[in-house]
Design a protein around this ligand. Structure first.
Ligand code: OSB
Ligand code: MG
Length: 383
């Protein structure tokens, strides 16, 4: 690898990736996670290792076993990586992330697959230059404010108790998942139990515009935001709904690119955007959406996909950019896993923050023994 610094935004070296490995993993969650689209008990995803010049960069493709959150699954992402993205990447010289992304322009969609490989390349660039991802992206500060995303619970009482425990751990912001039948009354019970907390709800596309009365019924609960109430691909009806409520609508599923973010803002379909690098095709695109929102004074926050320590390190670096003014769905390692594939585990500080990694690249070390143990399928490409 030639360390030829360019005058691009990201000052990347000229790089040739010689080999890429994929690991389809399955890790048991500490507790099942229920959303309006299903229950997850084991987190499946793909870990990407990209090798160049004796260095390894790690990435996480957050596609799940089922196409409940978006159309991609572990198997579709594997196919897109193995048959298209990896062949377009191996042996090719590139000097920055946009030129790499240009090599993938023949692949429409599949942002989760692209983002997983892009993350591994960012990690490589950081390790090659001895710079933390936070610095490559333009982040600042040593810690970021975080929250916890609480899955659907069997009863209002169980939900309130679950939240009481998370508040006792020190989480300064609570998000609850909602679905028809477990929405207004659940959110109201939480608000009555904890009148002052930062509280928001996430419907994961469980409603239609005809359900606007249900959404309006949550308008007086002093919620920070209502996340993705309507269709996973909708912007139009969200604009109609936002006009009917004073609580900000926040889009997650519907925003797949910087253009989608601009369209949503220009249509007034939302007042806040949840940025997940995976959902928008990678960290590079995530930074572009951050910049767009910041220029328009629109708050953003970093969403989560129950990541392992690899993806969590990436989320923390991204969430340290100045426009991320709301706490992210980035919780401590022990909220998700008893044992993680990366070290060190992320801990919640007493001020409701998590430290941003400071080592080169993602700043985490992969525990190969644990990774091998949770791997269901492995692929190796290049030499
Ligand atoms: O909609 O934000 C979501 C997890 C998986 C899929 C979608 C979502 C979520 C979460 C969990 O809310 C966030 C986290 O990683 O803690
Ligand atoms: Mg969401």
């Amino acid at each position: 690898m030639l360390l030829r610094l360019l005058t691009s935004d990201f000052h990347s070296p000229l790089m040739i990736i010689e080999q890429i490995e994929l690991y389809h993993i399955s890790m048991p969650l500490v507790a099942p996670f229920e959303t309006s689209f299903g229950v997850e008990t084991d987190r499946e995803c793909i870990i990407v290792a990209a090798h160049a010049d004796g260095l390894t960069g790690w990435g996480e493709c957050v596609a799940s076993a089922d196409p409940g959150y978006c159309y991609e699954t572990v198997k579709t992402a594997w196919h897109i990586l193995e048959d298209f993205l990896i062949p377009a990447t191996l042996g090719r010289e590139f000097d920055d992330i946009p030129s790499l992304a240009a090599a993938w322009s023949g692949v429409r969609g599949h942002p989760l697959a692209k983002a997983g490989l892009q993350m591994a390349v960012w990690d490589l660039i950081g390790r090659a230059q001895g710079l933390p991802l936070q610095k490559l992206l333009g982040g600042q500060g040593d810690r970021v404010r975080v929250g916890v995303s609480v899955g659907i619970q069997p009863s209002r009482e169980a939900l309130v108790e679950r939240i009481r425990a998370y508040l006792a751990e020190g989480y300064p912001r609570i998000k609850i998942k909602i679905k028809p039948g477990k929405d207004v009354e659940y959110a109201r019970a939480v608000r009555e139990a904890f009148p002052e907390i930062l509280l928001q709800v996430d419907a994961n596309s469980a409603y239609r515009l005809e359900d606007a009365p249900t959404i309006r019924a949550m308008d007086d609960l002093n919620l920070l935001l209502i996340e993705q109430p309507l269709g996973y691909d909708d912007i139009f009806d969200h604009a109609k709904l936002q006009a009917q409520v004073k609580t900000p609508i926040c889009l997650d599923e519907s925003i797949h690119s910087p253009d989608h973010a601009r369209w949503a803002l220009e249509l007034s379909a939302c007042r806040i955007i949840n940025i997940k690098a995976a959902r928008v095709g990678g960290l590079y695109e995530a930074v572009q959406i951050h910049d767009l929102c910041r220029a328009r004074g629109v708050p953003v926050w970093c969403g989560g996909m129950l990541e392992t320590g690899i993806g969590r390190a990436s989320n923390l670096a991204l969430a340290s950019l100045p426009g991320f003014t709301l706490p992210g769905d980035i919780s401590a390692t022990n909220r998700y896993y008893h044992e993680d594939i990366a070290d060190p585990p992320f801990m919640l500080n007493s001020d409701g923050t998590i430290n941003v990694p400071t080592g080169p690249g993602l700043g985490v070390r992969v525990r190969m023994g644990v990774l091998e143990r949770v791997t269901k399928r492995k692929g190796k490409y290049g030499n």
